[in-house]
Design a protein around this ligand. Structure first.
Ligand SMILES: O=C1O[C@H](COP(=O)(O)O)[C@@H](O)[C@H](O)[C@H]1O
Length: 240
């Protein structure tokens, strides 16, 4: 059963989610020593990272014991401003004392690997960090919900959404630019302890409503092993 939290607006959504994330990282480190966190791109994911950056509780976390992963990446040259990694570094990561080897970036298109090899490289990196050769048991995996109900780079009716094997896949002809991407699969997402779906703004209202009413959408198909949270603002929740 998923849980819903509705905040007044996008700013409150970002602030509340940042507070929740900082607490969840502390909880994970307290229980297991390190925290594995999966970041999302997109507007709500970006707002959340900015809110963490400006949170007074930010420095209560031992960032050197946080493993950062991405749910998806746009397959673009290193440094491209449309890469989720580049945006995350600018919003937050560059300001944190992270351990570089714990920042698990998906490959860029000019790094010497083609798209399939880049997805395979991420599959290997995930497996190396796991206890069973698949993926780590992510403590928190965040997903921005697109207006069409996509999450990560799994789009409704698109081949990647139907993939049932593997953990990181190459995505071609994405309905949202850029066309080439790397994404975690539904199976990899489902290994997370907590999955948090973030949606703010009127443009997300229909997708949120349909996903929560059982429509066949990626956003409605993801679950955490312990908790599945919908973190919404009033506009995104307006059709519930
Ligand atoms: O392209 C992407 O879009 C989604 C959602 O983005 P939003 O701007 O509509 O919030 C995001 O979840 C994904 O990580 C990203 O690559």
């Amino acid at each position: 059963m998923s849980e819903r939290f509705v905040f007044a607006d996008g700013e409150q959504l970002a602030i509340a989610t940042a507070a929740r994330l900082i607490t969840a990282i502390s909880d994970a480190q307290n229980a297991r020593g390190v925290a594995h966190v999966v970041l999302t791109g997109g507007s709500n994911g970006g707002a959340l990272l900015k809110a963490v950056a400006s949170s007074p509780a930010r420095d209560t976390v031992d960032w050197s014991r946080v493993d950062l992963w991405w749910g998806d990446e746009r397959f673009l040259p290193a440094g491209d401003a449309e890469r989720n990694e580049v945006q995350a570094r600018g919003y937050l990561l560059d300001a944190l004392p992270l351990e570089p080897k714990r920042v698990h970036v998906m490959a860029a298109s000019d790094g010497g690997l083609d798209l399939d090899a880049a997805a395979a490289a991420y599959t290997s990196e995930l497996a190396t960090a796991s206890s069973d050769g698949t993926v780590p048991a992510f403590d928190v995996l965040m997903l921005g919900v697109g207006p069409d109900g996509h999450v990560a780079s799994l789009f409704p009716g698109h081949p990647g959404y139907a993939v049932t094997e593997g953990t990181a896949i190459a995505v071609r002809e994405s309905p949202k630019p850029p066309p080439e991407r790397i994404s975690l699969t539904l199976g990899a997402i489902g290994a997370a302890r907590q999955v948090w779906l973030l949606a703010g703004g009127e443009g997300k209202a229909e997708a949120v409503s349909q996903a929560l009413r059982g429509a066949d959408l990626p956003a409605g198909a993801v679950r955490g092993t312990e908790r599945t949270l919908w973190l919404l603002d009033r506009a995104a929740a307006s059709q519930l």
